[in-house]
Ligand binder design. Structure first.
Ligand SMILES: C[S@@+](CC[C@H](N)C(=O)[O-])C[C@H]1O[C@@H](n2cnc3c(N)ncnc32)[C@H](O)[C@@H]1O
Length: 433
């Protein structure tokens, strides 16, 4: 087992920050060098430095409110905190929302945090090895000794946890080391691959102590920048949050799920299984997926949507004719595919859900508010869906007044190993009004 990591410690942070090239949107990989952002690896959609740049260009001030309706692990919330700007993040995945809330506890005393972590470590070392039972995914993903150490840390945390900020931060530290200490590979977008073993595995007690050191250094760093967090998080649904809450939002920066069959509900199945939140894949729908917007065919098939009902929804009225043509073509094409995936209802439900979110945004945004959506189009079964144009049209129908799409990169243009040859793109959808 190797016991090293490439994460920079406190002294290196400033140097690393200044070295990173600020691209137009970047990715979460850039965030892994930044304090607080690096506490948990997640498919973020954009880099923290790009968010900072957009807020500066828009001249967002400390009496403004910034919203991310698909907050994820909180890149926007954390950037706003570093700039002293109030923010609101909505996140429907319960565990992702918990991670985001934990990151916003950066005002916790570093001494109290490390004392709590120390007591967890001491308690874990006292535990006697017993026969450890976990669901098969976890049993297959660790060497026996490593799982015993993680189990000892978990049991120690469970016995000592008191819902204090420091206890929540230690929960995050332990959650964050579950992949690096496992022999299982991680595919793109964080899908866990227990059949693919990786060589570089970190010993759990070492990984835990190292993660505690990183968090402690970042608490100090952040407390030297800012005095308090002005971030709010709603662990809830962006399709409905505005009915109960009135806000005066000046700016929205967000990256929604794309209509590309990526299953966000599955992203943290590994972590959720370790903690006992779910027993396996089949629990994920009720525990997580049904709370999210529809962006995967697993979701639309489980919900047994009726295509014509989705198309009859008022929410898609602005794009109904073109959407109807595309999803009917998808319904036809699916008949010639073995998997018979429910892309036709996935795309229709996706548009309905995005439209519901835009209607909520219209309620909470000030007149003249500005939005930037990092978004890509898609082509399930090779049928092209102009997602960014549809989102723009749905935004105009919701009451926003202007839009502009800025292409950043081509996708799916290297044909090798691709399922279809439709060129795709990704970019920034700027919306105002
Ligand atoms: C591309 S990720 C956003 C990542 C984020 N920019 C970050 O910094 O980590 C999209 C997020 O939308 C969330 N999501 C999906 N449906 C949602 C809904 N109905 N309401 C709120 N969040 C939702 C997913 O769980 C996922 O975390």
């Amino acid at each position: 087992m190797q016991t090293q990591t490439n994460l920079p410690l406190f002294e290196d942070i400033v140097a690393v920050r200044s070295k990173i090239e600020v691209s137009r949107s970047g990715s979460f990989v850039d965030n892994l060098a930044l304090p607080i952002h690096r506490w948990f690896r997640y498919s973020a959609g954009f880099s923290a430095q790009w968010v900072e740049q957009v807020l500066a260009e828009w001249k967002i001030k400390q009496d403004h409110l910034v919203l991310d309706p698909f907050a994820g692990s909180g890149t926007v919330s954390v950037v706003c905190d570093t700039m002293g700007i109030p923010s609101l993040g909505i996140e429907a995945h319960p565990v992702v929302a918990r991670i985001l809330k934990a990151k916003l506890l950066w005002n916790t005393s570093p001494e109290r945090f490390s004392a709590f972590a120390e007591s967890v470590l001491t308690e874990a070392k006292k535990q006697n090895p017993i026969k450890i039972e976990y669901p098969p995914l976890i049993m297959r993903s660790y060497e026996q000794e490593a799982l015993a150490s993680l189990h000892a840390l978990k049991s120690a945390w469970v016995s000592l946890q008191d819902k204090s900020p420091e206890s929540e931060l230690v929960w995050l530290a332990l959650t964050a080391i579950l992949r690096s200490t496992s022999t299982a590979g991680t595919a793109q977008w964080q899908y866990i691959l227990p059949n693919k073993t990786k060589k570089r595995v970190i010993e759990p007690l070492f990984a835990f102590q190292q993660q505690i050191g990183i968090i402690k250094a970042d608490l100090r760093w952040m407390q030297a920048q800012s005095k308090q967090s002005y971030a709010n998080v709603v662990a809830g649904d962006a399709r409905t949050f505005a009915s109960e809450n009135k806000y005066n939002v000046e700016a929205v920066i967000t990256s929604p799920p794309y209509a590309n069959n990526y299953d966000y509900a599955d992203a943290l199945r590994f972590e959720m299984t370790f903690w006992g939140d779910v027993n396996g894949w089949s629990d994920i729908h009720d525990a997580v997926r049904r709370h999210l917007i529809v962006s995967s065919s697993q979701h639309s098939s489980r919900e047994r949507f009726v295509l014509e009902d989705l198309l009859a929804s008022d929410s898609v009225a602005a794009i109904r004719t073109e959407l109807g043509n595309v999803v009917h073509e998808l319904a036809d094409v699916r008949e010639s595919h073995g998997g018979k995936k429910h892309y036709h209802t996935m795309v229709a439900a996706y548009c309905r859900d995005i439209s519901l979110v835009l209607q909520q945004l219209r309620i909470v945004c000030k007149p003249g508010a500005r939005m930037c959506w990092v978004i890509g189009d898609s082509a399930p079964y090779g049928v092209y869906c102009p997602i960014e144009r549809w989102i723009a049209e749905l935004a105009m129908a919701a009451g926003f007044t202007d839009h502009r799409f800025e292409k950043l990169r081509d996708r799916n243009i290297k044909w090798k190993n691709r399922k279809h040859r439709v060129p795709l793109k990704e970019g920034l959808l700027w919306i105002e009004g």
